[in-house]
Design a protein around this ligand. Structure first.
Ligand code: 3PG
Length: 212
């Protein structure tokens, strides 16, 4: 199975989409795609999540769409049945990791400390989420973890914004960053789709600025 690093398309930036309806999810996905970003994590925090993944995959076949907030093997199964191309979890347990390992799709298990990271690495996993990144020590903590877990790379999420994005993306043990800041809930409420495209574009430009 391909590692998650290899399915994140283009810029390693993962906007987090939470939608109350499929129609809203499609509008958000269209706004994100218009920015040039190709990846989307639909969080499993509303009843519309699974149907939104299915609809986005159908309407935007060039996007890579995953499901986040996966907490159990049952959630993982539902997510894959809905068409999720990858899975994201906020934390780890042996039961959840067993479910992810047999899901058949790449996944990013959530870790926030050395014990979680060790548990995930005992499963042979080397690409992990770091959540909640800011509250768990932010970029300095990731640097410290890099000294201990030299073969692990992270996708931090939680408290990331346009203003601290580069602190994370410039670390050598960070392969991607994710967050909801690119799809602000007030813009979704106001149906400000252009605002979402612009916010996503700013993130993309910040990343491009890091390239030599
Ligand atoms: C997640 O699911 O990874 C977090 O909700 C993202 O946190 P953020 O809303 O601070 O970006």
């Amino acid at each position: 199975m391909k590692g998650i690093k290899h399915i994140v398309k283009g810029a390693p930036i993962l906007p987090i989409l939470q939608a109350d309806s499929v129609e809203q999810a499609l509008n958000i996905a269209k706004a994100v795609e218009a920015s040039g970003l190709k990846n989307l994590e639909v969080v499993r925090r509303t009843d519309a999540a699974a149907a939104s993944v299915t609809a986005i995959r159908e309407a935007f076949p060039d996007m890579v769409v995953g499901m986040g907030t996966v907490l159990s093997p049952e959630h993982a199964k539902e997510a894959v049945e809905a068409g999720s191309q990858f899975l994201v979890t906020p934390t780890v347990s042996p039961r959840l990791l067993d479910g992810l390992m047999s899901s058949g799709v790449p996944f990013i298990p959530g870790t926030s400390n050395p014990a979680d990271i060790l548990m995930a690495s005992e499963y042979g996993l080397t690409e992990l989420k770091f959540f909640p990144a800011h509250l768990s020590g932010g970029a300095p903590m990731l640097k410290a973890l890099g000294g201990i877990f030299q073969n692990i790379s992270f996708c931090p999420t939680g408290g990331i914004s346009g203003s601290n994005l580069n602190d994370y993306l410039s670390l050598k043990n960070v392969f991607a960053v994710g967050g909801s800041w690119m799809i602000p809930s007030d813009m979704v409420k106001a149906e400000n789709w252009q605002g979402i495209t612009d916010t996503c574009k700013q993130a993309l430009e910040a990343f491009e600025g890091l390239r030599p």
